[in-house]
Ligand binder design. Structure first.
Ligand code: APR
Length: 308
């Protein structure tokens, strides 16, 4: 039987995720939104692209949770995007309410499903999603690290004039201003980054990565990034559905790893059909350990402000 993926939120990130996912041909897609007509119209448009790609998948739009029943994966992109000058944290309260609503609407209909939360502030929203659905914590993940790492890899490839495909890198911690890029675990086709780039230039690229979302927000003037966020989400969906056992940085629930517990935050995760099958613990330097701890503290501070 074909896999089924529901995408909640038919805005920029959700619709782009539905399009990119449909184009992989690995799952039927249901696109849900509260806005009437929007998910139906966008899904029909996506569906009309499938014969051109020779694909045998469906994409359906809906305002009813019923159609989401039996999903293997539920991607949550519903919420409000950042506006210029607005931090991810400003979105906290409004989006927390959206997450509660959509998880309540979907969890009982897809009891075997796996959630991937994209809505910001993502690490906090992922914990709320987990609390509301009551699933095993391995079946709830947040998308942030794949995107932050993709941005870091992109900037390195642009700086060095090499193919982005040759750059591998890790960004851990919360998906916020205190994210933790790890140059010591970044390589260019196996060559350690430090052999190719000075410390100064690396620091500049790390800063640009931290600011990667805001740079796009300030260029667009209204709305935030969606092509790379959607592509990052699709990479996670694929790793899970195809049981690829890829190691990708994702927000996962910590039970003591990296000296933390009771919080979702970005760590290297082995992704397969079981969701977050394993967390990989990297030996961090003292400076990286301190940066990771500060990042987790920022996530905890946001959690503390939410009524739960
Ligand atoms: N249920 C379902 N859909 C909802 C709900 C809800 N309760 N509340 C809002 N939505 C829908 C909106 O109708 C809209 O179509 O969520 C969609 C959000 O789309 P955009 O405004 O285009 O936002 P987008 O750019 O897609 O970003 C969504 O992803 O990357 C993050 O920071 C970003 O948190 C933001 C989220």
């Amino acid at each position: 039987m074909k896999s089924k993926v529901t995408v909640i939120g038919a805005g920029n990130v959700g619709a782009t995720t539905a399009l990119m996912l449909s184009q992989t041909g690995i799952a039927d897609v249901v696109l849900f939104d509260i806005a009437e007509g929007i998910p139906q119209g966008k899904a029909l448009d996506i569906m009309q692209a499938t014969p051109l790609s020779g694909l045998s998948v469906s994409c359906q739009g809906t305002n009813s949770y019923d159609l989401t029943a039996g999903s293997d994966i539920i991607v949550i992109t519903a919420g409000f995007p950042r506006k210029p000058g607005m931090s991810r944290d400003d979105l906290l309260h409004a989006n927390a309410q959206v997450i509660r609503e959509v998880v309540t609407g979907t969890a009982s209909l897809s009891p075997e499903g796996i959630y991937i939360v994209v809505t910001n502030p993502m690490d906090v929203m992922t914990l709320i999603a987990w609390e509301v659905c009551g699933f095993d914590y391995r079946r709830v993940l947040g998308m942030g690290g794949v995107l932050d790492s993709a941005r870091f890899r992109t900037f390195i490839s642009m700086e060095l004039g090499v193919s982005p495909a040759d750059v591998d890198g890790m960004v851990l911690g919360g998906h916020g201003d205190l994210m933790v890029p790890l140059p010591s675990f970044t390589t260019v086709n196996g060559i350690p980054l430090a052999r190719l780039l000075t410390q100064n230039r690396t620091t500049t690229l790390i800063e640009r990565t931290r600011n990667g979302g805001a740079e796009i927000v300030s260029l667009l003037k209204s709305g935030s990034a969606y092509y790379a966020p959607a592509a990052s989400t699709v990479q996670m969906v694929r790793a899970i559905l195809l049981d690829e056992k890829r190691i990708l940085p994702c927000a996962a629930y910590l039970t003591g790893e990296y000296g933390n517990q009771g919080v979702f935050v970005g760590v290297p995760v082995l992704l397969g059909r079981g969701g977050a099958e394993k967390i990989i613990e990297l030996p961090l330097t003292p400076a990286e350990t301190t940066a990771f701890a500060s990042s987790v503290e920022a996530v905890r501070a946001m959690l503390d402000t939410i009524q739960r």
